[in-house]
Design a binder for this molecule. Structure first.
Ligand code: ACO
Length: 431
């Protein structure tokens, strides 16, 4: 326990209050204000949690000023260059990279849980065909709780592990089913002989009438996209999962709430928004007009795929994806893709613009992911779904870590009340 403290002085009464300072292994220290209300009768005020650490975690570390992203100590560049998505998933769920036999066992466990209950097929048919696949995913992941109610004791470590693996293994199947349903094609069952990304492509694009051959370049690019989305510490959707789980709710319902949070355009919905924006800008000659709109405070338009709450230097995921986008488009013979060219030029212009430089606004993970996903044939409506598929392992890892923590407490923020408080009800004919 750190001996460092900080003293808060009440300027009106002159009273002094000491608070402990807690130190992480790296990153900023935090002021432990758990006793603040007891000692002072005051709360802190921090909408959007810009200065608040909501939990202790060992999983992911981000240094936004240096553009660093680590999972259990490994840099994201090292992981994307040298590991498969399944190895990274094992790392997030177990705290260390697997050896060969551990990986084989993990993959076997995963493949044995990729199928969903046959009753889920009927559940899907309740959705309109034109429903957004994120809406279907939120509903179907939440519905899984109805299939495994015998195994959702959140305080039983065995049942916790089972639930975590079930959600992680079934999410690609549900995501592909959401897509197949929206285009009116039959659901495709998962295949145990394919790796994670290959199997996902198979479930998305194969049809019963002919053989589907997975393009290894596409599968490898998708594997990287999944790695880059696997976890990102206490972002909005992960915090939503933790908040839901703090009431000891079942994990399927908690992950479903995380998917709902991810859907918003300020979070995971941004990759879809980037593509819509590029299509709206249309040609490079329109870029300056849109940059002007982005800088105009009276205009709600923002440059989608730019800016990040934490990264104020560079988003390391965006750098990996930019290179990956180059490689994929080259190999697929689409390097003259007009949207990619437009994105490159837009990035160049924004990065040299005083407004973006001063505010430290850089391309984030969503800026290039949409271009890759579109090049490999995924419809725009599936972009955020892909993000959810990749992020599920992060959500379940954070959920397990939280449920194992001795500090587990229901999340219950307070507020600064600005409403009226002294009203009396008048009889209805006098209001
Ligand atoms: N375009 C134009 N201006 C921007 C943008 C943008 N994309 N992002 C931030 N700004 C400006 C703000 O207007 C503000 O300007 P001001 O200081 O003059 O008022 C300043 O930069 C700081 O922005 P905030 O909104 O305070 O930053 P915050 O940390 O709250 O927001 C966010 C981060 C939501 C990501 C924001 O940058 C944004 O909306 N970006 C576009 C959406 C996007 O790409 N989201 C994906 C994020 S990554 C992810 O979730 C996976």
């Amino acid at each position: 326990m750190s001996k460092k403290t900080i003293t808060l002085t009440d300027n009106q009464t002159g009273e002094k209050y000491d608070f402990p300072i807690l130190e992480g292994t790296t990153g900023p220290d935090v002021i432990d204000i758990r006793k603040l209300y007891n000692k002072t009768g005051m709360f802190t005020y921090d909408p959007g949690f810009t200065s608040t650490a909501s939990c202790e975690s060992k999983i992911t570390y981000i240094d936004g000023n240096k553009g660093t992203l680590l999972h259990y100590g490994y840099t994201i560049q090292d992981l994307t260059e040298n590991c498969s998505y399944m190895e990274v998933c094992y790392l997030l769920l177990n705290g260390e990279l697997p050896n060969k036999s551990e990986l084989e066992e993990f993959v076997k466990y995963f493949t044995n849980h990729t199928m969903v209950h046959d009753q889920m097929n009927l559940f899907f048919r309740g959705f309109r065909r034109d429903a957004h696949p994120m809406a279907i995913l939120i509903g179907s992941v939440g519905a899984l709780s109805a299939f495994y109610h015998q195994d959702i004791d959140v305080f039983d470590p065995e049942q916790r592990k089972k639930s975590a693996m079930r959600i992680f293994s079934k999410i690609p199947t549900l995501a592909a089913m959401a897509y197949k349903y929206s285009i009116g094609q039959p659901f495709v069952y998962p295949r145990n002989d394919l790796n994670y990304a290959e199997n996902f492509l198979h479930m998305m694009f194969s049809v019963p009438t002919e053989e589907y051959k997975v393009n290894p370049v596409v599968a490898s690019a998708l594997d990287k996209v999944f790695i880059l989305h696997a976890d990102h510490e206490q972002n909005a959707s992960t915090s939503t999962v933790r908040t839901s789980a703090s009431s000891e709710a079942n994990p399927f319902a908690c992950i479903s709430s995380g998917i709902a949070s991810l859907w918003g355009p300020a979070h995971g919905g941004a990759n879809e928004a980037v593509l819509s924006m590029l299509k709206e800008i249309k040609t490079t000659s329109n870029i300056n007009r849109y940059i002007k709109k982005a800088k105009d405070k009276s205009d709600p338009f923002r440059l989608m795929g730019f800016g990040h709450r934490v990264y104020k230097n560079t988003d390391p995921r965006a750098s990996v994806l930019k290179k990956s986008a180059h490689d994929v488009l080259e190999i697929l013979g689409k390097k003259d893709d007009p949207l990619f060219k437009l994105a490159l030029e837009l990035e160049e212009i924004a990065l040299n613009d005083e407004y973006f430089i001063r505010r430290k606004l850089f391309p984030n993970v969503d800026f290039y992911s949409g271009i890759i996903l579109s090049a490999i044939g995924l419809p725009t409506s599936m972009f955020t779904v892909l993000f959810a598929v990749g992020r599920t392992v992060g959500w379940v890892s954070q959920w397990v870590e939280m449920m194992e923590s001795p500090e587990l407490k229901i999340a219950r923020p307070r507020q600064l009340f600005k409403g009226k408080y002294d009203k009396k009800v008048k009889p209805i004919d006098k209001r």
